[in-house]
Design a protein around this ligand. Structure first.
Ligand SMILES: C[C@@](CO)(OP(=O)(O)O)[C@H](O)COP(=O)(O)OP(=O)(O)OC[C@H]1O[C@@H](n2ccc(N)nc2=O)[C@H](O)[C@@H]1O
Ligand SMILES: Nc1ncnc2c1ncn2[C@@H]1O[C@H](COP(=O)(O)OP(=O)(O)O)[C@@H](O)[C@H]1O
Length: 313
């Protein structure tokens, strides 16, 4: 990789402050009220022009990161969401050539924190910059929605509500700064399997609705009120598939978390603390108890996909 042909984008994980899930639609998706919150657990995605073109496909992937067995579960073929993102941008670029994509991962894989979606959003931004495509913010959001319901959000970051299947975003004012602890689980959960379990458990699901209590807590920047207002309709389905997560949630609560919830489709569990000291205590209790693979701290909200290295920087 040479310095003047590579672009690196830093992109955050998300936690869902509210995930209200309606009945299954005819296309198999579910209408949601999905309050996304970006947290300071970042992947870095570097896209560089390939040095040699002979005998290789359009995208070659590599992955690194301190995620143990999680890193091994990142697909390095054409199904990788970052590779799919690069091919989408290439369709709109003149003179796009083969690229190498390097993923430096800190976001758990299949963990309910949208790591793959984050990498896809980052790759959209990096390719657009590398190939001088000049895509508008709206066009990037459209391409993101083609890749997955969770892909638009990491482009914008901060706190936002997603409706439709989660891809139609509106910003949510959130002046507070929150201390989070995430309990990473062994293994992952398939998003499709968790939604299917939700359909089995909740055949009578009502249309999803926003939560005024949550919006008021966010507007006030009050961690205790926010903790009490967290909700996730997929939590029952995730616990049905992974009953061990109940111990993880109970451990964080007992250690003083003001909110405890499964993140999205899981199996990562998210704990909101009142302050830095509270977060340290929750993280220490989770690590000590052995109920999770590891506990990591992060703050929210944070900005979305950001170019941190590019030609000339
Ligand atoms: C549940 C959430 C909450 O933010 O994320 P995760 O917790 O998995 O990260 C998202 O809705 C996941 O979004 P994403 O992972 O992009 O899902 P997609 O690729 O669009 O869809 C994967 C599968 O999930 C189910 N799906 C997804 C979104 C949606 N609104 N309804 C659904 O039923 C469908 O079975 C679909 O085939
Ligand atoms: N860049 C990527 N990083 C991680 N997983 C990816 C990536 N691209 C595709 N995947 C696939 O997407 C699945 C869901 O990954 P991820 O987005 O991390 O989880 P979740 O949807 O639970 O938030 C993984 O099991 C993996 O097979």
């Amino acid at each position: 990789m040479t310095a003047n042909t590579a672009v690196t984008v830093r992109v955050p994980a998300k936690v869902n402050l509210q995930l209200a899930v309606g009945p299954a639609r005819e296309d198999g998706y579910h209408d949601l009220v999905n309050v996304f919150h970006a947290v300071s657990l970042f992947d870095e995605v570097t896209v560089s022009e390939a040095r040699s073109r002979a005998g290789r496909g359009f995208v070659r992937l590599s992955v690194a990161g301190d995620l143990g067995s999680h890193t091994e579960r990142v697909p390095l073929d054409d199904t990788n969401l970052a590779a799919r993102a690069a091919r989408l941008v290439a369709r709109e670029a003149t003179g796009a050539g083969p690229v190498d994509i390097h993923l430096n991962k800190r976001i758990p894989v299949a963990g309910g924190m949208a790591g793959g979606s984050a990498d896809a959003a980052a790759a959209l931004v990096a390719c657009d910059r590398l190939w001088h495509t000049g895509l508008s913010a709206d066009r990037l959001l459209e391409l993101a929605a083609e890749l997955g319901s969770d892909v638009p959000f990491p482009l914008v970051g901060a706190t936002a509500v997603g409706t439709g299947r989660g891809e139609v975003l509106s910003p949510v004012p959130s002046p507070g700064r929150y201390e989070w602890v995430f309990a990473l689980a062994e293994g992952g959960l398939s998003t499709a399997a968790v939604f299917a379990e939700y359909d089995r458990l909740r055949p009578d699901a009502p249309e999803p609705r926003g939560d005024e209590r949550l919006m008021a807590a966010l507007a006030a920047g009050d961690a205790r009120r926010l903790g009490a207002a967290l909700s996730n309709d997929l939590q029952g389905a995730a616990l049905s598939l992974r009953p061990d997560l109940a111990d993880t949630l109970a451990t964080g609560r007992a250690a003083g978390a003001v909110g405890a919830i499964v993140s999205g489709s899981g199996p990562t569990c998210a704990f909101l603390a009142e302050d830095e000291g509270g977060a340290a205590a929750v993280a220490a209790a989770l690590e000590k108890s052995g109920v999770c693979e590891r506990a990591v701290r992060a703050q929210g909200d944070v900005e979305g996909a950001t170019v941190i290295r590019r030609p000339g920087l």
